[in-house]
Design a binder for this molecule. Structure first.
Ligand code: DOR
Ligand code: ZN
Length: 443
């Protein structure tokens, strides 16, 4: 008789080719069989009747602040938040203190996450004007998801803003490069138009549509000249989404949950807890983001989870720290968008699993299919639940989505065949490993 380590029974499986009711058999951390497995023997069974089984969802854009300030977030707390929220993997940004910009720090982080991470973790390396010559080698290091370039300044001191340096970055290697795209020169020039203590809404007026569009135009001109593939992170304007449709041979697109969920009314309601880069904008841009989800312009949806201490969020603008928490809430909120009819579950799996796998070249994840890692996000689309601040496990302790009523909620998270979250309980020990990438060593 066929024997599995784990069988998921009777769930509605979100397969790459559609939703089908099926059992899923897992052996040695991988998907071993899909179909009617009632005759099989299983060491462990998960009753998934009435639930949807998605491929393990990935948040390809989180800032876990490790090394940094443990009172705000660590790899342990950030990945605990991830699995509680239904994520099977996260890709962690390099603007830590100190930043991940060389082999020594990258190796440290890879070692550091073992025994601490609750889900699997991909690692970004940050570009600086001082490490351009090393980037070609750094992007090939095991478990590197991409080089991250801050072409406009944000939290931390990573910045590569001029065309000559950006072109040198693009000529340094071959893999797809990820960009924070806001034009630094326009940002600096516009600073003088604003004064301390102005309302938080000034944030979106300072970092305006033109700042984002100009940044993306400059990057795409350089990408075209060098032929280097680009991933434009957190595209936040209707204008860029339209413009990027002309670059699909080179560019992939990330949109954030925040830009699909919040509009500028948030500045009055949430004050500093609405401030992020690029900023939350008016409804026209939110509508454009949804249109771009529907027409396929968007490849990836991420959270840009960027925790800060409350005190830093409550400083008067423009001293307010930019960045919002989101790793624990992205799946519930996206499920709520599914319930509201804004996208389908297969499109959600595309945006948060197959999309990241394609854009970053993930090895062995990204599909609910035989042979792939047994990562699952198991959700109950009937469950209604309000996001409560007390549920947030990031030590900073806040969410801009407190009080949001969700229809649809993650019930279980499975990472390489291990149930790591079941009904709000995190089940240990932490067994997360570094994610492997096709074009990096060790894949
Ligand atoms: O709002 C943001 N916060 N945008 C970024 O680009 C960085 C992030 C952070 O690290 O705080
Ligand atoms: Zn970010």
């Amino acid at each position: 008789m066929t024997r599995f380590d784990l069988v998921l029974r009777g769930g509605a499986c979100v397969l790459p080719w559609g939703i089908e009711e099926a059992d899923v058999g897992v052996r040695e951390g991988r998907i071993a069989a899909l179909g009617d497995l009632r005759a099989a023997e299983a060491a462990e069974t998960l009753d998934c009747r009435g639930l949807h089984v998605l491929p393990g969802l990935i948040d390809a854009h989180v800032h876990l602040r490790d090394p940094g300030d443990a009172a705000v977030e660590t790899l342990e707390t950030g990945t605990r938040a991830a699995v509680l929220g239904g994520l099977a993997a996260v890709f962690d940004m390099p603007n830590t203190t100190p930043a991940i910009t060389d082999r020594t720090r990258l190796d440290w982080k890879r070692d550091h996450l073992r025994g601490r991470a609750w889900c699997d973790v991909g690692l970004y390396v940050g570009a600086t004007k001082g490490n351009i010559a090393a980037l070609g080698e750094l992007e090939l290091q095991p478990n590197v998801c991409a080089i991250k370039v801050f072409a406009g300044s944000s939290t931390g001191d990573l910045l590569v803003e001029d065309d000559a340096s950006l072109e040198a970055v693009m000529r340094s290697g071959r893999r797809r490069v990820c960009y924070h795209s806001e034009d630094e020169y326009r940002l600096q020039a516009r600073r003088a138009l604003f004064s301390p203590g102005m309302p938080h809404r000034s944030h979106m007026e300072w970092r305006d549509v033109e700042t984002a569009l100009l940044g993306t135009r400059r990057l795409m001109a350089l990408a075209r000249r060098t032929g280097r593939p680009a991933h434009i992170l957190h595209v936040s304007t209707a204008e860029e989404l339209d413009y990027l449709k002309g670059f699909r041979d080179l560019a992939t697109v990330e949109v954030l949950l925040n830009h699909l969920t919040q509009t500028d009314e948030a500045y009055e309601r949430l004050g500093g807890y609405a401030v992020m880069n690029p900023p939350i904008r008016d409804r026209r841009h939110l509508e454009a983001a949804w249109a771009a989800v529907r027409d396929g312009t968007v490849d990836v949806v991420g959270s840009d989870h960027a925790p800060h201490p409350r005190a830093a969020k409550e400083r008067p603008w423009p001293e307010t720290a930019a960045g919002l928490t989101g790793v624990q809430t992205i799946v519930p909120l996206m499920l709520d968008h599914v319930s509201a009819g804004r996208l389908s579950l297969p499109r959600l799996a595309d945006l948060m699993c197959a999309g990241p796998a394609r854009v970053y070249g993930v090895a062995g994840k990204g599909r609910l299919a035989a042979g792939y890692d047994a990562d699952f996000t198991i959700v109950d689309m009937k469950r209604r639940r309000v996001i409560e601040e007390g549920w947030i496990v990031s030590p900073c302790g806040w969410t801009p989505f407190a009080g949001h009523r969700c229809t649809g909620w993650p019930a279980m998270t499975v990472v390489r065949g291990q149930v790591v979250m079941r009904e709000d309980e995190v089940i240990g020990p932490p067994r997360g490993v570094p994610v492997r990438f096709l074009e990096a060593r060790g894949a």
